[in-house]
Design a protein around this ligand. Sequence first.
Ligand SMILES: [Mg+2]
Length: 210
Amino acid sequence: MDLICLDLDNTLIDSDKPHIIAYNLALKKNNLKPVSEKKFKKLFGLVGFEIIKGIYPKLNRKKITKVLEDHDDFFINQTRKYLKPFKDAKSTLKKLKKRYKIALISNCNKREIIASLKTSGLNKNLFNALIGYDSVKKPKPYPDEILKAQKIFHCKAEYIIGDSIYDIMAGKRANVKTIAVATGNHSREELKKEKPDFLFKRFKDVLKVL
Ligand SMILES: [Mg+2]
């Protein structure tokens, strides 16, 4: 069976709201001013460290790490209840699982991935591997999460599917075919610029080629 790599946030689940609230609670707790939804959405798709660095460029590593730990706790304990799976995510995954080995590759950490899946009603058995940023050295837009999946299954990945330009960049760097889905914060035009092999409106459209 061929291997495919799949992004989680804004590809399978609608997760902006719980993360924005959790980040702002964490900023507040660390005496930093909360920021607008718009500012977060521009940075989502990147790993948390880059998100906070993008908002407060002068913050030192230690402080950023503290904000991220607080975000994770707020997300797990308070805000993940706002997560919603996209319609057709589950049924599409079930169809794909019959034909492919599926590696979930996310710029969240494993603890957040497991909590997100649980809250969204997506059984973790729908995936053959769960790979978070904490499993690799350099997360998306670097190819490490894809390379890790290939190492686990001893085969080359057929595709990576994701909603952000960073998923497509990671795919190109890993020399894997790319499918962009316009279900997140990057527009069709922004995604098109990265030259994905396919660009679809909804996740379930991937069944046209897979
Ligand atoms: Mg995403």
